[in-house]
Design a protein around this ligand. Structure first.
Ligand SMILES: NC(=O)C1=CN([C@@H]2O[C@H](COP(=O)(O)OP(=O)(O)OC[C@H]3O[C@@H](n4cnc5c(N)ncnc54)[C@H](O)[C@@H]3O)[C@@H](O)[C@H]2O)[C@@H](O)CC1
Ligand SMILES: Nc1ncnc2c1ncn2[C@@H]1O[C@H](COP(=O)(O)OP(=O)(O)O)[C@@H](O)[C@H]1O
Ligand SMILES: [K+]
Length: 503
């Protein structure tokens, strides 16, 4: 797991690193500079003019160091240092001195009046005005400068974080006074705000660059936010033992599908079967029998009394666990049957789609859901459950609260899916791609998580591993069929390869 730290915690880690490792602050800055330049070089040739804007703190120190290293490599660079208060951090002052040692450097230090340079689409701006030290929204001259840079056609690359953006909560921020970068190269950890859809316009494409951090400080500094890596998932899965049989790997029950939405049941069931589960029974309205038995001979079918939708809670004794929701419909009878089903279950289950919509309009059911059950809402479904939010950050905080209050695991699906546990932790998966924004992708996720839960993985593990495998399958599907050409069924076809890649 990569810890995602709040910006003030990053400062503590920096301090600890400097105190406890044989590295001086100026050398830490130089490491950041080198890491940035190594990455920058891969994207921008010497054909571009590089216009560096540096601030007074260590983000500015980075910017001045980057200007120096790029000049050393014979890039054409011009530098503006904004110093309205006449104070530079020690590292910034030292990097100014080192920069000015270079012959004929085009360097301007601005104290008050600033006439901005003309910037064309061939120019690349390096934004080093403010980094993690930002403590209030930009105003005055800095706000004007940011607005000017944003108004030009120049490409913008931010150091660590777009100037003006906070690392976490931007609800109160002045949205006009934040750099709108094309790329952000950040140090050691992604900032939480990078994972929020509303901030994509500021952050652009982002990449984490590793520089020295004291490992003990990283280990000892607490956080509630984590980024899941392939290694984390690889160690979840144990080899299947030779003397095992289908009973070893659980019997899942999927309650899904209604007339016109049987495909959701089929997609979910297909994914469940490809997740390593021992057996799967699908509880379906009668109209789905032929389809399911033809499309997925591996699945058993348990028919509802009704032809078109779910009306009677099945006996759950034969099953290890169950998943409810894909394509279920929202008939009153279905709500009653769901209520009955939730009254009968005692072990964690998976709830998605219309199961969540029915719960949103019949809140009593919420209290009947076994603790540590997994809910997989997309943002709209979550809003129906917990009320509307004005931003993804606000929704994330609500999801954390919701998960804690109801002792559930909330998988808040999005481009970066957040898994919120009942302990208040959030696990992010950053794999997956916009090709997955296609009907039925969510049904596939439900099937995968159900399959893992039935095999006995802890609910939080099933949710985290399920989301990661789903995203990996999405990336493999996009590689084969393209983001536009892929459909949800391709995620199921790619699941085997996803297991092979991850484990
Ligand atoms: N491990 C790391 O993360 C490292 C970080 N470094 C760099 O150091 C940066 C952090 O440096 P600093 O802590 O000096 O912070 P900044 O460079 O962001 O600047 C902070 C300064 O700006 C002032 N300020 C804050 N908000 C303001 C506003 N709205 N208007 C005007 N002034 C404002 C503060 O009072 C402070 O003096 C990082 O973003 C990164 O670029 C690297 O150099 C070294 C390693
Ligand atoms: N732009 C994207 N990048 C990565 N993953 C995405 C993107 N868009 C959608 N997804 C994933 O696809 C799934 C869509 O789920 P959902 O909205 O429930 O679809 P459906 O109801 O059609 O099955 C979620 O797991 C989501 O994380
Ligand atoms: K910056």
């Amino acid at each position: 797991m990569i810890k995602i730290f709040a910006t003030e915690k990053v400062k503590d880690i920096d301090k600890y690193t400097i105190l406890n490792m044989p590295i001086a602050p100026i050398d830490l800055v130089e490491e950041a500079v080198t890491a940035f330049v190594n990455e920058f070089r891969n994207h921008y040739s010497k054909m571009h003019r590089i216009v560096v804007f540096a601030g007074q703190g260590n983000n500015g120190a980075d910017a001045l160091g980057i200007a120096r290293q790029l000049l050393d490599e014979s890039y054409k660079v011009i530098v503006y240092l904004f110093n309205p208060t006449g104070y530079l951090s020690p590292e910034c002052a030292e990097n100014k001195r080192r920069l000015l040692n270079i012959d004929q450097v085009e360097f301007t230090e601005i104290r008050d009046n600033f006439i901005p340079p003309y910037l064309s689409s061939r120019d690349v701006v390096i934004d080093g005005l403010f980094g993690s030290g930002l403590n209030r929204p930009l105003s005055g001259g800095f706000a004007g400068l940011v607005k000017y840079i944003n108004s030009t056609p120049a490409e913008i690359v931010s150091i660590d974080i777009p100037s003006g953006l906070f690392g976490e909560d931007n609800r109160e921020n002045d949205k006009d006074c934040i750099i709108r970068a094309n790329k952000t190269f950040t140090f050691n950890f992604p900032k939480l705000s990078f994972l929020m859809p509303e901030n994509e316009v500021y952050v652009g494409e982002w990449k984490v660059l590793n520089i020295n951090m004291h490992p003990q400080a990283v280990a000892d500094t607490p956080t509630n936010y984590y980024l899941v890596t392939e290694e984390d998932i690889a160690c979840v899965f144990q080899p299947r033992k030779r003397f095992t049989h289908k009973g070893t790997y659980g019997h899942a029950l999927l309650v899904a599908g209604s007339r016109g939405k049987l495909g959701a049941a089929q997609l979910s069931a297909g994914a469940c079967l490809r997740s390593g589960v021992g057996m799967l029974t699908v509880h379906l309205p009668k109209c789905g029998e032929l389809m399911m038995q033809t499309a997925l001979p591996e699945a058993m079918v348990d028919l509802d009394a009704h032809t078109d939708f779910f009306t009677v809670a099945p006996d759950i004794t034969p099953y290890t666990t169950l998943g409810v929701g894909p394509g279920l419909g929202q008939q009153i009878e279905t709500a009653v049957a769901l209520d009955e089903l939730m009254s009968a279950v005692i072990k964690p289950v998976v709830l998605d789609a219309d199961a969540l919509n029915l719960i949103a309009s019949n809140k009593d059911i919420l209290n009947k859901i076994p603790t540590r059950s997994i809910l997989t809402p997309h943002p709209k479904e979550f809003d129906r459950l917990a009320g509307a939010s004005n931003s993804a950050y606000e929704r994330l905080q609500k999801a954390r609260e919701f998960a804690k209050e109801h002792r559930l695991c909330v998988v808040l699906k999005d481009a970066y899916t957040a898994i919120c546990t009942s302990e208040g932790n959030v696990y992010y998966s950053v794999c997956g791609n916009p090709g997955m924004a296609t009907a039925g992708s969510g049904d596939v996720l439900t099937g995968i998580i159900l399959g893992l839960l039935a095999q006995g993985y802890e609910p939080e593990t099933a949710a985290v591993a399920g989301v990661f495998l789903h995203g990996t399958a999405g990336d493999l599907a996009a590689a084969q069929w393209s983001e536009r050409g892929m459909i949800a069924g391709d995620l199921i076809d790619s699941l085997g390869k996803a297991f092979k890649q991850v484990i």
